[in-house]
Ligand binder design. Structure first.
Ligand SMILES: [Cu+2]
Length: 176
């Protein structure tokens, strides 16, 4: 008939996965202690993406367990996870039932998992210079473009979750 067949399949697959994981947790309750589910982040990125690897390192440094998946295109994953394409960046991830898109700072992921808002997840659209994994080097060391982390709602709307102001780099600071 109309399009929903695919959507149904996706939902069913995700649901089935949820049931499997739930059953595993019941069968092996001690697993919950060794790896708190909220501390695990699953990342989908393309194999050649350097800033994606740097973001993964940033998350690991902050204490997250990160599982990475290399894919040829992250767009289908983003779509499957329900994040509108307009929020798209170079990598997409999942943590505690939320979607994380782009160079989201670890501290905002922690706040998201602590506050548990009713939302799809967090996104840093594009790839702002100076965001985690997009650190500037050389004369521009430490420089940052202003950027916002947005909370994306189920209806596709969003609001600012956290704003990061612009910062001057080494060179700009050194000039007098
Ligand atoms: Cu990037």
């Amino acid at each position: 008939m109309y399009a929903p067949t695919q959507t149904m399949t996706r939902r069913t697959t995700l649901k089935a996965l949820g049931i499997t994981l739930g059953a595993a947790a019941l069968a092996y309750p001690h697993l919950g202690n060794t790896s708190s589910p909220g501390k695990v982040i699953t990342v989908w990125k393309t194999p050649s993406c350097g800033c994606c690897k740097d973001w993964v390192s940033h998350l690991r440094d902050a204490g997250f367990q990160v599982v990475t998946n290399d894919v040829s295109d992250t767009a289908p994953v983003r779509q499957k996870l329900g994040l509108p394409a307009k929020f798209g960046s170079c990598h997409t991830a999942r943590a505690g039932g939320y979607v994380l898109e782009g160079h989201v700072p670890a501290q905002d992921v922690k706040r998201l998992l602590r506050e548990k808002p009713d939302a799809i997840g967090l996104a840093v659209p594009g790839m702002p210079a100076g965001s985690p994994g997009m650190e500037m080097q050389g004369d521009m060391l430490g420089a940052r473009d202003a950027f916002d982390v947005v909370l994306v709602n189920a209806d596709g709307s969003s609001r600012i979750f956290q704003s990061y102001p612009a910062k001057a780099g080494k060179k700009s600071r050194a000039t007098s």
